[in-house]
Design a protein around this ligand. Structure first.
Ligand code: HEC
Ligand code: HEC
Length: 322
């Protein structure tokens, strides 16, 4: 147990050398016919807002809807999002709905294999039965794609199945998110979208060297260990967080990437991609619910820009001039 933890620790301090493929197109997602079943329409919107789109229908010019292929460099190696189309050989055409629910809720394949957490089931486990059913119905209504999935390139140090089991036992709490009766419907909706659908918390909360979220700085900002990119503080702190943003400011940002100071997130930033291809599909009411929930969080003056880990990553990325 301790040796495994140590392995994780040692590897986490190594930089990720793989470079992500840049986005060069819009995602290949076909429009949903206006006369489609309402459940298919809901599933289509969830496919966007839950960001399935970015990994399984990525914005690459040679990508195919549900064919997968997004490259995901991590400390464990490079993962590739698989084909989840209804093709029985290359995709998940021979799955039952129960297999799908198990994958999303338990993070396990039909044969029991645990999935790597680059598939964000840590978030999707919280989705409601209704939303999982809508997603499944939508996926089943899409054309099959015969292209096989690309195998992951897991680093040799991480090929032990025990490691993933250990990580899951430390970090994964499966089960749908239950409404908090102490708050109103808008707040509960916002919390659900932040925690169970759009995994805002996974990016905007810092992690320790084992990849576990630092709960004491929940939503106070995180970083991408590979690139030194900072994910800003979303708590209502007036200096480093969203304390000066109104509900409308946050809702506008989530639809357009435009900030209240007149600036905008650059188009090649991961957050701009999430907005363009995903969060822009939220209704105005849902974007406001997210904002209401964020405003209710405790303000935390922690600044991810000053995080030692971020400064070290940046030093590594740009060696000082001699
Ligand atoms: C950040 C990228 C990413 C996002 C977002 C994502 N996935 Fe995946 N997904 C993956 C990866 C990587 C795997 C493979 C995991 C493994 O092999 O351990 C996977 C696996 C799956 C599988 C299992 C496929 C199989 O053949 O076993 C299903 C089903 C799936 N994803 C559906 C979804 C749905 C539905 C969504 C949106 C709600 C989604 N994924 C969002 C990356 C992603
Ligand atoms: C894949 C990681 C990722 C996810 C998921 C994500 N974000 Fe972000 N977010 C970022 C990054 C990176 C930035 C910095 C963009 C910039 O520099 O303008 C950012 C910026 C923001 C900002 C602007 C803050 C500021 O001070 O400029 C807000 C607000 C925000 N995100 C809210 C959200 C919400 C709400 C969600 C979920 C619905 C979410 N984010 C999901 C990575 C992410």
């Amino acid at each position: 147990m301790r040796i495994l933890a140590l392995c994780l620790l040692v590897a986490c301090v190594h930089p990720v050398d793989a470079v992500e493929r840049p986005i060069d197109a819009l995602p290949p997602v076909p429009a949903v016919p206006p006369d489609a079943d309402t459940i298919v329409q809901r599933g289509a919107a969830l496919f966007r807002t839950a960001s399935c789109v970015g990994c399984h229908s990525p914005p690459f010019d040679d990508a195919v809807h549900l064919g997968g292929g997004r490259d995901l460099p991590t400390i464990f190696g490079v993962f590739y999002a698989p084909n989840i189309s209804p093709d029985p050989d290359a995709g998940i055409g021979d799955w039952t709905e129960a297999d799908f629910v198990r994958a999303m809720r338990q993070g396990r394949a039909p044969d029991g294999r645990p999935y790597w957490p680059t598939f964000p089931y840590m978030t999707y486990t919280g989705m409601s039965d209704d939303d999982l059913h809508a997603l499944w119905t939508y996926l089943r209504a899409q054309p099959p794609v015969p292209t096989p999935s690309r195998p992951h390139e897991v680093r040799p140090a991480y090929r032990s199945p025990g490691l993933l089991g250990l990580w899951r036992s430390l970090a994964f709490r499966p089960g749908p998110l239950v409404d908090d009766p102490g708050h109103d419907a808008t707040w509960n909706r916002g919390r659900y979208l932040v925690r169970a659908v759009s995994y805002c918390d996974q990016c905007h909360t810092p992690r320790n060297r084992l990849g576990l979220p630092l709960r004491r700085h929940d939503m106070a900002g995180g970083a991408n260990p590979g690139k030194g990119d900072v994910h800003p503080n979303l708590t209502p702190d007036p200096d480093v967080g969203l304390g000066t943003w109104s509900v409308d400011d946050v809702a506008t940002y989530l639809g357009t990437a435009r900030k209240p100071d007149g600036s905008a997130t650059p188009a090649d930033d991961i957050m701009a991609e999430k907005i363009r291809d995903g969060f822009a599909w939220y209704s105005q009411a849902d974007r406001e619910a997210i904002a209401v929930y964020l405003q209710s969080l405790p303000a935390d003056a922690w600044d991810p820009e000053q995080w030692r880990m971020v400064r070290r990553m940046r030093d590594r990325a740009e060696p000082p001039a001699r």
